[in-house]
Write a protein that binds this ligand. Sequence first.
Ligand SMILES: NC(=O)c1ccc[n+]([C@@H]2O[C@H](COP(=O)([O-])OP(=O)(O)OC[C@H]3O[C@@H](n4cnc5c(N)ncnc54)[C@H](O)[C@@H]3O)[C@@H](O)[C@H]2O)c1
Length: 246
Amino acid sequence: MRLANKHLIITGAARGIGFAIASKCVREGATVGICDLSPEAVDRACAQLEAAGGRAIPLPADVTDDVAVRQMVHVAHERFGRIDGLVNNAGITKDAQLRNMSDEQWRQVIDVNLTGVFQCTRAVADMLCAQGSGAIVSISSVVGLYGNFGQTNYAAAKAGVIGMTMTWAKELGRKNVRANAVCPGFINTSILGTIPEQVLARLRAMVPMNRLGEPEEVANAVAFLLSDEASFINGVALEVSGGIAI
Ligand SMILES: NC(=O)c1ccc[n+]([C@@H]2O[C@H](COP(=O)([O-])OP(=O)(O)OC[C@H]3O[C@@H](n4cnc5c(N)ncnc54)[C@H](O)[C@@H]3O)[C@@H](O)[C@H]2O)c1
């Protein structure tokens, strides 16, 4: 098992890609802390993982709340004894074209998708550096690489995640702490719920493989980057998109 004895925190893990990452990681032998907004949803996710034979602890927290984030990391450290990895996965969309985008839409997406990632990583960085090992994987998006119609806020945040990842790869790499990003294409989860079927059909047609991705396909890449098999991979932004941009 490629993540045996690893203790991980995964944000936004109650459903979607985050839950798929948590499921994959426990199957690979990790113990996972499930961080998400709703305590009930977090408990349900933990119960599901435990029913499947995994080890999971609830870490309900809002990644935009720095006090809650520090407390969440403290609880994980107390329960686990150490933290080996962080997956920054929590994210939202609030789409509008530039000319109609409100300050509120801009701020909400930047708060969760950019500031949340910054705060969670800052909260674990000292611990990982002190122990001289660790892996951070942040979920960006192909939108952070290529932009997307109606997603100025999301594109800015996801491009920012790639910039922060490269910076952390330089700053923390010296302490044997690796930082990488994964850039999914369009993946079959509820976040796509607001996209009309016509648009989804167009998105599918842009992919040489002519389909959306599945959360498990993103989870496989994340588990690899967290594992020691990726021990010299640092500062990459790995596309998991079926080749959407070629
Ligand atoms: N689905 C896609 O097509 C796609 C593509 C590229 C990138 N992504 C990214 O992957 C990640 C997961 O997306 P998903 O499709 O699974 O979405 P999702 O909406 O199914 O899941 C996101 C999870 O994040 C949680 N969350 C939201 N705000 C939070 C906060 N402030 N604090 C803690 N948790 C919070 C939600 O409660 C939810 O459980 C996001 O970062 C998203 O931007 C998704």
